[in-house]
Ligand binder design. Structure first.
Ligand code: GLP
Length: 241
């Protein structure tokens, strides 16, 4: 694992955007695995700024997002489809046909999971997977459990995740209880992984991810076994290391 220490959220975002930019410059038709949540918003802002300056071209870039809430339509402002459109896609010259997000409105979980895995395979796999870190160590929506789920699947969200994500909804009752997510296997098959972590409330879990045992109780700990992981974290998140 390569670990880059950032001063704060903005510094983390700039460093992460630099790594993503380098990927796009080296391989203009790269496949980016993308994430949602508050962690990557600054990274996307920075990429948009560089795009506006003429320094980045997304015309050949393809994307596959990690996850999507089950039961939210694309125009629901809490869906990850909406998030990606508002925070990145509509601001850059990416072709919508090249963007992929699990379909939260597909009621048949097996069908959607198989369809999404097939899409990633047909893209030739993910070149660079961006990840945030859940407070309980989840990546995508792979919650702590007894196993590392292999492929894209449906998950029941844990109470702590519902609690953490309720800030984005009008009330806790509106937070979906299930989501589609790439599996740990899907994530681990990415050629490169970029994990971004910010804030003191992630310091304990980041310590466990980097220094603790590899265990499905801390899903992100499996990243210790990936050959090309870069972590960019700010000082607050690194305060326990
Ligand atoms: C959600 C997403 C994850 C994300 C996590 C952390 O549950 N499914 O992909 O990494 O939240 O979010 P935040 O960056 O807002 O702390």
């Amino acid at each position: 694992m390569k670990l880059y220490r950032a001063k704060d959220y903005n510094d983390m975002s700039r460093k992460a955007a630099n790594i993503i930019s380098a990927q796009i410059i080296m391989k203009p038709s790269c496949v980016l695995g993308l994430a949602t949540g508050s962690s990557p918003i600054g990274t996307y802002k920075q990429l948009i700024e560089w795009y506006n300056k003429g320094d980045l071209d997304f015309s050949q870039v393809k994307t596959a997002n990690l996850d999507e809430y089950k039961g939210l339509t694309r125009d629901n402002d809490q869906s990850y489809y909406y998030f990606m459109r508002e925070n990145l896609f509509r601001h850059v010259n990416i072709d919508e046909a090249n963007t992929n997000i699990p379909n939260g409105m597909e009621p048949d979980a097996n069908k959607e999971a198989a369809r999404y895995e097939e899409i990633i395979k047909s893209l030739g796999g993910v070149d660079l997977q961006l990840l945030g870190l859940g407070h309980n160590g989840h990546i995508g929506f792979n919650e702590p459990s007894d196993i590392f789920p292999k492929d894209t699947h449906i998950v029941d969200l844990q109470e702590s995740t519902i609690e953490a994500n309720k800030r984005f909804f009008a009330s806790i009752d509106e937070v979906p209880r299930q989501a589609y997510t790439m599996g740990i296997g899907t994530i681990m098959r990415a050629k490169k992984i970029l994990l971004i972590v910010s804030g003191a409330e992630k310091a304990d879990i980041l310590y466990d991810v980097i220094c603790g045992p590899v265990t499905s109780k801390v899903p992100a700990s499996i990243l210790q076994l990936h050959p090309d992981v870069t972590i960019v974290a700010d000082e607050a998140a690194l305060s326990k290391l």
